[in-house]
Write a protein that binds this ligand. Structure first.
Ligand code: TXA
Ligand code: MG
Length: 386
């Protein structure tokens, strides 16, 4: 981390956030703001977060207010290296390990060992000291150790764990650059730490491990594919949306579905413009595939086209031909690389949202989808929901 060239806070009537280079001075400045109970925009490897001291109720309230987030939607707590084991999380008074059996602790440690620091969030029984404001009254707390060096430096300098949701207004597209945080919250916060474009680009995977049965449940698909967790633990990871379809709801189903993961809200990650999912690859489209938007097309609008892979020029020519409209096309990855696609997803959604296009047509991955493709398809589906 550089030690010079940092900006400091301007005095004056500024109500706009400053984007601060991640110098030691600026990290100290941000840490002091955190210690005063303020909230700061920070980079992580997944998406940018809106961080505050997880022990300060005022800071937690500010996070909810700044994001306009409903209070039933709990926050993730970000820890430093001291929290990188069950024992460490216990010592930090973040989890209550009395509910966890020995084998279960070993299982959690295995996940931590393999995936932390990184984009896996673990939902574990909370310590009594963790405020209900953070967990929205749930008996569990969501925890992860970010790998981004600026996030790690800020956690260390703040001497606390940081509660941080994604730094977007509620329901909107998560920011993957400091500039995108500025667009979302620039009029509401003082500081945003610059950390470059996020390398993962989609949020962490949220995994709940049932303390009674030791069964892992995926509450949100994200940066760590479910299959990789299964490979590590050698057990099946269940998905409440798929594996709990029957009406014979168990208690744990009720718990899971009422746990308020916005990963589970139908509409989320949404651009301001309507986004429609295409039933096939853009280059294979025929006019008959577009009957749903036929009436809009008669006005010859400009179309934003989002490809999950492949060449945007070919696809835009084809779509222009069958619709007679101008098409602005973008691709998540020319050669279909899933990591690249995840990294570009939110930035490309933002790009098309702020373009001259009237609406967005988006490809998605068609079944069966595994790994990161699943997480991307999930976000596209929620972005398309109206
Ligand atoms: O990658 C990420 O996870 C980013 C970066 C900033 O770390 N954070 C993020 O936070 O995406 P947020 O607040 O946008 O999403 C947190 C998710 C939500 O789906 C929330 O409901 C879930 O975690 N969650 C938090 N605590 C929970 C709990 N105790 N039980 C179940 N779900 C929980
Ligand atoms: Mg979010």
């Amino acid at each position: 981390m550089e030690n010079s060239g940092g900006q400091t806070k301007n005095v004056g009537p500024l109500t706009q956030a400053q984007i601060l280079s991640p110098s030691i001075e600026n990290i100290t400045l941000a840490a002091e703001a955190i210690q005063r109970g303020e909230v700061v925009g920070i980079p992580t490897e997944t998406v940018y977060g809106l961080a505050g001291d997880c022990r300060n109720p005022l800071a937690i309230t500010r996070i909810f207010e700044t994001k306009e987030r409903p209070s039933f939607d709990p926050l993730i707590v970000h820890v430093g290296p001291q929290g990188r084991s069950v024992q460490g999380l216990k010592q930090l008074r973040l989890i209550d390990a009395t509910e966890l059996s020995e084998p279960l602790c070993r299982m959690i440690d295995q996940l931590i060992e393999k995936f932390w620091p990184g984009p896996l969030t673990l939902v574990l029984p909370k310590h009594v000291d963790v405020s209900d404001l953070v967990t929205s009254g749930l008996p569990s707390v969501a925890l992860r150790m970010p790998s981004h060096p600026v996030a790690q430096a800020l956690i260390a300098a703040s001497h606390t764990a940081l509660a941080a949701p994604s730094a977007n207004r509620f329901g909107r597209i998560s920011p993957t650059t400091a500039k995108a945080v500025f667009e979302e919250l620039g009029d509401r916060i003082d500081f945003i730490l610059e950390g470059g474009p996020c390398q993962v680009g989609i949020e962490s995977t949220v995994l709940r491990i049932d303390p009674m049965t030791s069964q892992p449940w995926i509450l949100r698909h994200g940066g760590i594919p479910k299959e990789l967790i299964e490979e590590t633990l050698k057990v099946q990871v269940l998905d409440p949306l798929k594996d709990l379809a029957e009406p014979s709801a168990s208690d744990s189903k009720q718990d899971l579905l009422s746990s308020g993961s916005p990963g589970m809200l139908a509409s989320h990650y949404a651009p301001a413009k309507p986004l429609y999912l295409l039933p096939k690859e853009a280059t294979q489209l025929q006019s008959s595939d577009l009957t749903e938007i036929e009436s809009i097309l008669t006005e010859r609008p400009k179309i934003g086209l989002l490809l999950v892979s492949g060449n945007p020029d070919l696809a835009s020519k084809h779509l222009a031909q069958i619709t007679g409209c101008q098409v602005l096309a973008r691709t998540l990855s020319l050669n279909g690389n899933p990591q690249e696609a995840a990294r570009n997803l939110f930035a490309e959604m933002r790009f098309l949202d702020s373009s001259a296009a009237s609406f967005i047509l988006s490809e998605t991955y068609l079944r069966p989808v595994l790994g990161l493709h699943h997480a991307i398809a999930d976000r596209l589906k929620r972005a398309s929901h109206r």
